[in-house]
Design a protein around this ligand. Structure first.
Ligand code: ATP
Length: 245
């Protein structure tokens, strides 16, 4: 059984079908890539899977249907995402940025944390360790290089120990060495219990860390396979020709 199972996902904006009957699976311990030219529908897919835009089709996490649930309920179920722009609180430390994300929003969570106060702290330390940020915990995000700031955004996403994290262009703006370092951190996530769906234009990153890649064009799946299969697929080459990247 897939950890994340997406079936027949479709999103329309007026007359434009941005995502067209997309199926996706992210298994236990998997890092799956989702690529495609500009405007192919990748971000809309993430938006729809996480409940940020209305969609038809089905999303299941560990076999449980999430259809119709708002984003925070999907996050609580273990499905979280990052956004293309990392909005960190520059006046807070890295550790505080993660604590804000982990802060309980319901009175019963406050009560549970009062009874077991170590849990949140332990998860923050765990997330910092997972991404090699332990030494940066007391720094302000603006004091860190771009690659480390991106990792803080990722740490904030995983601080609740999600089942699946969906990453929207985490390597955008990073230089090749920062992207390589990010790839190393992503590779370690499955062993920590987190499966990954990775959207990025950095082919070196995506084809380097993903065992399976799905290719979208005009909202439709045009190819799916191992990085080698996708690299060799003429339909993929055609989709990328004529784009600016
Ligand atoms: P990129 O790689 O450039 O980020 P993408 O593959 O993530 O692109 P989307 O941003 O999902 O593509 O966009 C898919 C299509 O839906 C595009 O044609 C885009 O213009 C359109 N679109 C996206 N968001 C909206 C919106 N809120 N309203 C109308 N059209 C939208």
């Amino acid at each position: 059984m897939s950890r994340l199972e997406v079936r027949g996902l479709s999103v329309s904006y007026g007359g434009l079908v941005a995502v067209d009957a997309v199926d996706l699976d992210v298994g236990d311990g998997a890092i799956v890539g989702l690529i495609g030219p500009n405007g192919a529908g990748k971000t809309t897919c993430i938006d729809a899977v996480c409940g940020f835009v209305g969609a038809s089709g089905h999303v299941r996490l560990d076999g449980r249907a999430l259809d119709g649930l708002p984003p925070h309920a999907r996050a609580r179920a273990g499905l979280v995402r990052t956004f293309q722009s990392v909005e960190l609180f520059d006046d807070l430390t890295v550790r505080e940025n993660l604590l804000v994300a982990a802060a309980p929003t319901r009175w019963w969570s406050l009560l549970a944390d009062a009874l077991a106060p170590r849990r949140t702290r332990v998860d923050v330390d765990w997330a910092l360790d997972a991404l090699g940020l332990r030494d940066a915990g007391d720094a302000r995000p603006r004091e860190l290089p771009a690659g480390a700031r991106r990792l803080v955004g990722l740490a904030r996403a995983i601080v609740s120990r999600p089942r699946v994290v969906l990453l929207d262009e985490p390597a955008a703006g990073l230089d090749p060495s920062e992207s390589t370092a990010l790839g190393e951190r992503l590779r370690a996530l499955p062993a920590l219990g987190i499966s990954v769906l990775l959207v990025d234009h950095d082919m070196h990153l995506v084809l380097g860390v993903c065992e399976e890649v799905t290719v979208l064009d005009f909202g439709q799946v045009i190819a799916r396979g191992t990085p080698a299969e996708v690299r060799a697929d003429p339909a993929v080459a055609r989709a990328y020709l004529g784009t600016t990247r």
